[in-house]
Design a protein around this ligand. Structure first.
Ligand code: SF4
Length: 214
């Protein structure tokens, strides 16, 4: 099967299995909460972030609240997260930037989002996709990276290089969906430690289905 054909077939099957209505599991009720939850997510599980934001979102409701927060108090709220001290400092700085540079509104471009301290391509891509349905890139997390490598869509480990490979191979109109589909597959059958190819919808076309776990 040609690469293009393979990608189309794989995505069609994943859409059939997991649907198109896939969203982040980071709990949020509005754009400010989405920004904060995604901002806090690097190096943490969604569950860790949700545990922290449950209390955080009761106390902090706007970018004004974060910008004016006492940094030590913010650190206490975030202490269940990896790198919470840096994240607290960066969140406060970012909230100020949203207020001063963007009139209190989250900007709608990857380039602008990546000017915030602590925001990389993955965080920016998720905010754009979830918040505005804009797809400038593909958010590559650990699930997405594992699946992309096992499907031989990339041989890299670096998320930026994997994203570059996916951007070349996946049709533009599916950039937003592919990340969530790969995450769904990664959580379901294509787990990093133990893969379950025997019940995977891609088992007959996947080049890794008969390979040992890696
Ligand atoms: S067949 Fe196995 S290796 Fe391939 S995508 Fe499915 S679970 Fe992953």
């Amino acid at each position: 099967m040609q690469k293009e054909e393979f990608v189309k077939e794989a995505l069609d099957r994943l859409i059939e299995r997991y649907g198109r209505e896939l969203h982040t599991e980071l709990v949020h009720r509005n754009l400010t909460e989405l920004f904060v939850a995604v901002f806090l997510s690097p190096q943490c599980t969604d569950k860790q972030v949700n545990n922290v934001t449950r209390g955080l979102f009761k106390r902090f409701r706007s970018f004004d609240d974060y910008a004016g927060a006492d940094t030590r108090m913010l650190m206490r709220y975030l202490s269940g997260l990896n790198y919470y001290k840096t994240k607290a400092r960066n969140l406060k700085k970012s909230a100020r930037m949203v207020l001063e540079l963007y009139d209190g509104k989250v900007p709608r471009s990857l380039e602008k989002l990546m000017e915030f301290p602590g925001v990389g391509r993955k965080v920016g891509n998720v905010i754009l996709n979830e918040g505005f349905a804009i797809d400038e890139g593909i958010a590559v997390d650990t699930h997405c990276a594992t699946v992309a490598r096992r499907l031989r869509l990339s041989r890299h480990k670096d998320p930026h290089k994997i994203e570059a490979d996916l951007l070349r191979k996946v049709p533009r109109e599916q950039w937003g969906l592919v990340s969530n589909l790969f995450i769904a597959l990664g959580r379901d059958t294509c787990r990093a430690r133990v893969k379950h190819c025997e019940r995977c919808v891609l088992s007959d076309i996947c080049p890794s289905s008969t390979m040992p776990n890696k």
